[in-house]
Design a protein around this ligand. Structure first.
Ligand code: MSP
Length: 537
């Protein structure tokens, strides 16, 4: 049976990928959603001390890109170069995406290997020449089955539309090369049965299994009516179908056919993060391509839901007009990274609204978390001159906080690190923040401070140590989601000096107690989540 990602041999990396995005336009909220999720997942695993490889990139061939470039009077290559350098890479940098590589499908390191891969399949008899006629959606870059189409209304009345793009499909008739995908149905079903976690969530898995059970058709893997693509090596009148080209990025970027050591230590991906729109490509075609080549199969394919606008998938054509940068300039980069993962269960659809973001920012980030951090630092400053006191009078209330932290660590590690249930993981941390707020409210350190006996001062010291140590744990737990504010909190706790870099604090050790040494210098840092300005007009 084919191996999965979990069976990688040797010194291996935890390898996570995003889809490579079409560069027909600048990135929008939907693209950023998947990319931030991948960044949080990989930062989490790095914080566990694991070796990680996080890959993203751009998909630059095909008719869709070619037409966009033509409409803008530039060559496709010039169009791609400009968008990648001026829009895509800068956004990922702005959002603090720590990807290890960025692959572009027009790079030679990719195109050469794509040709070799396809040539190999051809030599093995997996590819043959045939004819095809059918409806094609350029938006999806995919031949559609007649049964998948919907009837047009209004301006499209009488026409058949793509169900995703709601635009008329084009009837194409071409002589193409075909990959014998139909032969892989039984092997794929066997693989899904043996690896129940391969496709997530469950609804996505069921959809794919049903689809494959109905029988697969062979896949057209070349196009001959335009030339913006990788030439078919044995027949340069054809270019390789953009999806075959694109899927191979997951192999070429990690050394396929070029750097065997790197390839063996990284491939296959442990997690392919995708939107549910491209599920079949990743869970049917991609594994079949790997099976045909005798390569190991990925660990899992995890589909996120759609960010919606007006009841439809957010896309280039129905954008809200809100760019990721509009939100980050108002809420900040960290709050942006946090919001979508916090507000929407990963795998489900969700909508964005200013009102919801504003309400959650104010209550959860600014009031619950930010205020806690600034109050604790202020009290250590006021009552102990900024030197973290020792906890000498620990009782049940403190033990409950200690247990709360250990529980938050265990839950967040399982939910974020293993299940990709970002929402539950983040909630576990914020429940703990609430618990610490409740502890302070009950203990009333400002009243205890008035008790100048040594018992009174020991209580006060214990309360503030407990709160600061709890925040030490929170900074570690939120570092993957909100790296800038976690760093700021880390420094305000004096932890950078006493414990070293935040990135080096292992998440699995974060639930231990008594890590932050007494005597550490606590300072009132910058406000973590400033009060919001008026919403921009
Ligand atoms: N180029 C292909 C992918 C090739 S991967 C080998 C492609 N590109 S795309 O630019 O259309 O991006 C698709 C991905 O962007 C989705 O799968 C999803 O991850 C993300 N999203 C785009 N719009 C989205 C929403 N409205 N909501 C959530 N994610 C969205 O398909």
């Amino acid at each position: 049976m084919a191996a999965t990602g979990s069976e990688k041999q040797g010194a291996t990396a935890y390898y996570v990928s995003t889809p490579i995005y079409y560069v027909n336009d600048a990135p929008h909220l939907g693209h950023a959603y998947t990319t931030v999720a991948g960044d949080v997942l990989t930062r989490w695993h790095r914080q566990r001390g694991e070796k990680v490889w996080y890959l993203t990139g751009t998909d630059e061939h095909g008719q869709k890109i070619m037409r966009t470039a033509e409409a803008n009077d530039v060559t496709p290559q010039a169009w791609c170069d400009k968008l990648v350098e001026e829009a895509w890479k800068p956004l990922w940098e702005h959002l603090n995406i720590a990807n290890d590589d960025f692959i572009r499908t027009t790079e030679k390191r990719h195109t050469d290997r794509v040709q070799e891969f396809v040539q190999d399949l051809y030599d093995k008899g997996e590819i043959y020449k045939g004819g095809y006629e059918g409806p094609y959606c350029v938006g999806c870059e995919e031949y559609k089955l007649p049964g998948d189409l919907i009837d047009g209304e209004g301006e499209f009345a009488g026409q058949k539309l793509c169900p995703v793009h709601k635009k008329p499909v084009e009837l194409l008739k071409e002589e193409n090369y075909f990959f014998k995908l139909s032969e892989y149905g039984p092997k794929l079903l066997e693989f899904y049965a043996a690896n129940p976690g391969f496709i997530q969530p469950e609804s996505a898995r069921n959809e794919v299994v049903n689809f494959v059970e109905q029988g697969l058709q062979d896949l057209s893997i070349s196009r001959s009516t335009f030339d913006w693509g990788v030439p078919v090596p044995w027949d340069d009148k054809h270019v390789i179908y953009v999806w075959i080209d694109a899927l191979l990025n997951y192999a070429t970027a990690v050394g396929y056919g070029a750097n065997q050591e790197k390839f063996d230590g990284t491939f296959p991906a442990d997690v392919h993060l995708i939107g549910k729109d491209i599920l079949r490509f990743h869970s049917v075609i991609w594994p079949a391509m790997l099976m045909a080549q005798g390569l190991p199969l990925p660990g899992k394919v995890v589909a996120n839901g759609w960010l919606m606008v007006g009841g439809e998938k957010m896309s280039k054509s129905n954008l809200t007009g809100i760019k990721p940068q509009d939100l980050t300039s108002h809420f900040g980069v960290d709050a942006y990274r946090w919001y979508f993962l916090r507000a929407i269960a990963y795998g489900s659809d969700g909508s964005f609204s200013w009102e919801d973001f504003t309400a959650r920012y104010t209550s959860e980030l600014a009031n619950d978390y930010g205020n806690l951090a600034s109050r604790v630092a202020a009290m250590v400053g006021k009552y102990f001159g900024g030197a973290l006191p020792e906890a000498t009078a620990v009782g049940d209330a403190e033990r409950a906080v200690q247990e709360g932290l250990a529980k938050a660590v265990a839950t967040a590690d399982q939910k974020i690190g293993e299940e990709l249930d970002f929402q539950s993981g983040i909630l576990a941390v914020f429940d703990f923040v609430k618990q610490v707020n409740g502890y302070i409210t009950e203990q009333e350190p400002w009243k205890v401070a008035k008790d100048t006996t040594s018992e009174g001062q020991a209580r006060l010291a214990t309360i503030l140590y407990t709160a600061a140590e709890a925040l030490r744990g929170v900074a570690v737990l939120l570092n993957a989601v909100m790296p800038e504010t976690s760093q700021s909190l880390w420094e305000s706790l004096g932890a950078e000096e006493s414990l070293g870099a935040l990135a080096d604090q292992k998440v699995q050790d974060a639930g231990a107690w008594g890590i932050l040494p007494a005597g550490t210098t606590v300072t009132k840092g910058a406000v973590l989540f400033p009060r919001l300005e008026e919403k921009p007009a």
